[in-house]
Design a binder for this molecule. Sequence first.
Ligand code: AHR
Length: 499
Amino acid sequence: LTASMTLDPAFRIAPVHRRTFGSFVEHMGRCVYTGIYEPGHPTADGDGFRGDVADLVRELGVTTVRYPGGNFVSGYRWEDGVGPKDGRPVRRDLAWHSTETNRFGLDEFIRWTRKLGIEPMMALNLGTRGLQEAVDLLEYANHPGGTHLSDRRVANGAPDPHDIRMWCLGNELDGPWQTGHKTAREYGRLAAETAAAMRAGDPGLELVACGSSNSAMPTFGAWEAEVLELAYDSVDYISLHAYYQEHDGDLASFLASTADMDHFIESVVATADSVRARLKRTKRIQLSFDEWNVWYQSRFHDEEPRTDWPIAPRVIEDRYNVADAVVVGNLLISLLRHSDRVTAASQAQLVNVIAPIMTEPGGPAWRQTIFHPFAITAAAAAGQVLRVEPDAPVHETARHGEVPVIDAVATHDPDNGQAAVFVVNRSTTEQVSLDIDLRGLEARGVADCRTLSDDDAYAANTAEAPDRVVPRPNKDIRLQDGRLTAVLPPVSWTVIRLA
Ligand code: AHR
C-alpha cells in the first residue's frame, strides 16, 4: 500500500500544550501503595517515594497528574489524609471495595509532584460532599497562612501554599456507578455554586466540569449541554473520559479506536459551542480529556464482585501488548490534532492500574509497551501542531466503518526548525510506503526514526523480559529533494524526527 501527506509549517492547528502529557494517580489498587509510594522499598527515599518509579515517571515525560480519583474521590474525606500519619483513620473505600490506610494524602502527593517537577491537578468530592468541603480544601491547600486550615497545613510541615491551579469539580457524576450520582441539573447547579465559591477564594483557578464518562452514555450530549447551560460562566473546561479495548478478536476495529475519540471530541466541541451561541458568550470552553487509555474493561466486569476489603489489591493490572501501544500512540495523535480545543489530558493511570509503569512490591519497576509511544511523543512534540491531511487507502472496520489505513500528525518548532511526525499503520496485514512532501520545511536530515511493531501483535513486556517490545530504529527511510519516504510495517507506530 502507498500513502502520502504534506508537512507545511504554515498549516498550524495550535501550540502543543504541555498539559496534553498528563497522567492520573488514583487511590485505587496499587497505583499509590507499592506504586509511587512504598516505604521500605530498596529505592525509596526519605518520604517513602519509590526512586525507580520516579525515574520512570521522569522518563515518561509526564507534565501534570490528576489526583486522588477517579471513582475513589466521590467518597473521600481529604482531611483523613493529612496530619500525623499515626492519627489518620483507616476507612472503607466503597468505590473499589478496599481498605484505605490514608498513609498517603494531599501533602505527600504535593511533595511527590514537587520532587518530580509535575503540576498537580486536584479532583474534588462532589459525590458525598459539596461546596463547603471544596472551599475548605482550597483554603488548606492554597491559602498562604494565618487562617485555621492554612495554619494546619503549615503545622503539618508544608509552609508554602500548594498553589494548585487546576481543579476537577467531581468525577463522572453522570455515571450510575458513581457514589453520589446526579442528574445533569443537580450536578450543573452544584458545579456552578462550587466554582463561584472557589473563585471568590482564588480567582485565578482553572476549573473543570464533569462531562460524560464515555461517548456511549445514554445522556451523552444532553449532559454536556445542560451542565454547561448552568455552569458556562463558572468553568473553564469540560472533561471527557474514554477507554478502548479489543473486542472478540476484532483487531482492525480496535486499531481504529481513534475514530471514536475524534468523534467524541468533535461532538463535545460542537455541544459547548452551541451553548456558547445560545448564551451569547465570547469565551470558549476548553476540553480536558482527563481519563483516556486502553483498558480491558470487559475482563474487569466479568470478575466476581469483591466481598473482602483488602489493602492495595491488584486491580485492573492490564498487561499491554504491541497493538495496545499502537492504539495509545494513535490516541495521542488524536489529542494533538485537537490541540485547538483539547488543552489538557491525563492518561489513566500512572502505575500498576492500567498503567505504562508496572512494579512488584519490594521488587523491580518496568515499562509496559504503552510507555514508549507516550514517552517519545511527550519528548518530541514541540512548538506548533501541523495539519498533515494524509491521503491513504481506506479499509472497512466492523465498529467504525471505513477508516484510513494510516493516521498521522506532525509538530514543528519555529524556534529551532525541528519537526516530528507521528504516524500509525492500522493495517493488520499490509506494510505502507509513506511519501511525505516536506514543503517549506528546511529539513537537513532525519535525526531519528523509530518504529514500534512486532511479528506478534500480542507480544508484551514482563518483569522477566521488560524490553521484549521497544521501538527500534527504522532503516527504511530516505530523505531526498524535500521528499521523505518511509516504510511502515503492519500494526505499527512510528516517530520521525527531522532536524
Ligand atoms: O481509571 C479507572 C476508573 O475509570 C476511574 O476511577 C473512573 O473515573 C473511571 O470510570
